[in-house]
Ligand binder design. Sequence first.
Ligand SMILES: [Mn+2]
Length: 324
Amino acid sequence: MKKAIEALKKYKSFLITAHVNLEGDSIGSQLAMKKLLDAIGKKAVIVDDDHIPEHYEFLPGAGEVSNCLEKVRDFDAAIVLDCPNMKRTGRVADIITKKKVPIINIDHHISNEQFGDINWVDANASSAGEMVYRLFKGMDVRIDKGTALSLYITILTDTGSFNYDNTSRVTHEIAGELLGYGLDPAVISEKVYEQRSVADIKLLGLVLSTLKINKNGDLAYLEVTRKMLKSTGMDVSRSEGFINYARSIENVRIAIFFKEDPKKKGRISVSFRSKSGVNVNGIAAAFGGGGHIKAAGCVIAGTLAAVEKKVLKKSEEELRKLKT
Ligand SMILES: [Mn+2]
């Protein structure tokens, strides 16, 4: 953290980015980071491969996030948030590596590959946003209401509304302090979680109808196909969170969500969630991905059926290992 602070003070202009498939933590931590840099008189621009999902557009500053990668201005350092590796930034990775500027890697994924020139990785942090919060404190920069909102969103969403085991007394203390800036948790929750369209719920119905359970009843999986996305007119990002239905089934220890890539045929994104002590980071890592102990992901080339076969085999092995 000390080295990250030194770098923020040293360089003058920054490119801030985060992972593709933007969600609460990646969006909120970037917006708060930009506020921090603005406050200490630095130039900063947020550049992402993806667009901000509609239900996060209410966040202050969300409108300034650039997706025009070809128009990226000069910058003398890059800040990569919430990414275990550079690949996760999508096309932004090229822009940064071509520039050969120092990379400041700030992340809380256990699978982080220490790809930066400065690597501040804390797998115990609830969210990348919590780490940005600590920068505000460490650099003695005042948090305003808008920043408090962005930071609160990072913790709220990455802890699954304070349900996952990255939730601690400290997480609640920080969230409590942030609410003290005049935030209304019920209003925020409604904005983040209760803006679903009818098509969202129809997509959920289609996805839930694919639910399958293994023989032992400890592995449940779901899929979303290109056809489902097309018939509902939905973006794959709208299926974020559906996997929790599979995990919520009694006795299930591993839940898997297979997603056909709507942009590229023959590419499947696989999300893993676990409970009762199963480490899915290891399973995702076996396929070139990673994440956290209880939430991880990877991308595998192949047909849905072929990818499912491979991943289910590996996951069953992992579950068997736990029993012996
Ligand atoms: Mn995160």
